[in-house]
Design a protein around this ligand. Structure first.
Ligand code: M6R
Length: 380
């Protein structure tokens, strides 16, 4: 049951190191060492090589948190495997599908495997490609936490995300497992298509192995601070989350977690877009959470955060534990270990899940069963 945790959501947040371990054990090939330049991939997803051979496009269809994981996936697939990738809301795609492209893999991402819009979008894709010449034939992959689901029966093959049953309506550990699925898929593609130097690939594989311990560290060190901080936001009405690059989807996810369980209005924005409108919202009553970890956009996010500070916003930074510069910029720090930018979403999402949870718990809300929401949305 809840094993001493007050809510399933908190239990599931704490299960994430174990989920990542389970994913690594299932999908990382233990005999692979970069030094030997082996002829087999470091990843063992069981996907037949033919599927990858002529691939020119990937399109990903999903809803909600699964859509956020898919945006991280797009970034990974494009940066590591060099394949143009598009992510669409399933509820939009089903009524306005993009033009048919050749040699395209369609990926449906759904934790439950039962989301009506995602299933309908995949079915529509299958139908419109049926009977076309081979390069346009449907190729469907599912990423799901439920290998017995409707999704699993409609696609050609699945990546089973190994999160275990998730009970809290707010997706946490299933999101984490979806991220892992995308790391494996992007690395497998990168290896087989030779789009990445083997040394870089080996570094990422090694980085993945460190993640469970690093998530444990964030949970252990940050949770008491976040619980304390949450007290200050029990009456707050609006929040803004900003991030860039691979952490932009994490800003979206932090905002979604907060709104669905605490009923606080929250928006996630790519930090560079703030000045095109949303910055007008800012004043001392609107806290801004900025994800500013080491990597290609670090300085850019810092300068966007400073623009928010100049409008009196309280500034909360999700930053690297080693970052001393951040201390002078942010009012509050949610620190995570410094890792390769590509791996950072796995760590930056943890404090945002905890922040949403502790604010909602502080407000005395029904965290596991928020109003108006169901765990799986099986109607359109
Ligand atoms: O089962 P799915 O992954 O298809 O569900 C999609 C969304 O309904 C789901 O992620 C929803 O947004 C969650 N409540 C978010 O926490």
């Amino acid at each position: 049951e809840k094993q001493g945790f007050r809510h399933f959501m908190l239990k599931e947040i704490h299960e994430q190191p174990g989920v990542v371990r389970a994913c690594l054990e299932t999908y990382l090939n233990p005999d692979w060492h970069a030094q030997d330049r082996p002829a087999f991939s470091p990843i063992n997803l069981g996907i037949p090589p033919e599927l990858y051979d002529n691939l020119e496009h990937i399109q990903i269809l999903a809803c909600g948190t699964s859509w956020h994981a898919s945006l991280v996936g797009k970034y990974l697939i494009e940066q590591l495997a060099d394949i143009p990738t598009m992510v669409q809301y399933a509820s939009e795609f089903r009524y306005a599908p993009s033009p048919i492209t050749a040699n395209t893999l369609t990926i449906g991402v759904t934790q439950s495997g039962e989301t009506a819009d995602t299933l309908a979008a995949l079915e529509a894709e299958k139908q419109r490609r049926a009977g076309l010449e081979p390069k346009y034939a449907p190729q469907l992959l599912g990423i799901t936490n439920r290998p017995e689901s409707t999704l699993a029966r409609m696609v050609d093959r699945i990546v089973n995300t190994q999160a275990g049953i998730e009970i809290g309506v707010a997706a946490t550990k299933s999101f984490m497992a979806q991220l892992m699925g995308f790391y494996f898929l992007a690395l497998d593609l990168a290896y087989r298509r030779q789009s990445l130097p083997i040394e870089k690939l080996a570094l990422i594989v090694e980085g993945l192995r460190q993640l469970p311990g690093q998530i444990e560290l964030v949970l252990e060190k940050q949770e008491p601070l976040i619980e304390e901080l949450a007290h200050e936001f029990a009456e707050t009405q609006d929040f803004i989350f900003i991030g860039r690059g691979i952490n932009f989807p994490i800003a979206l996810e932090g905002a979604l977690k907060l709104k669905e369980i605490s009923y606080i209005h929250a928006e996630g924005y790519p930090a560079g877009e703030m000045k095109h409108g949303p910055i007008a919202l800012l004043d001392s009553k609107v806290p801004v959470v900025a994800i500013a970890v080491p990597g290609s956009v670090y300085e850019k996010v810092l300068s966007n955060a400073q623009e928010a500070k100049a409008r009196d916003a309280r500034l909360i930074g999700v930053t690297a534990m080693t970052d001393r510069q951040a201390e002078s910029i942010f009012n509050d720090l949610l620190a995570v270990p410094a890792v390769d930018e590509l791996l950072s979403p796995v760590l930056t999402v943890i404090p945002l899940q905890l922040l949403a949870y502790h604010i909602a718990a502080r407000r005395g809300l029904d965290v596991d069963q928020p109003r108006n929401l169901a765990k799986s949305v099986t109607v359109e």
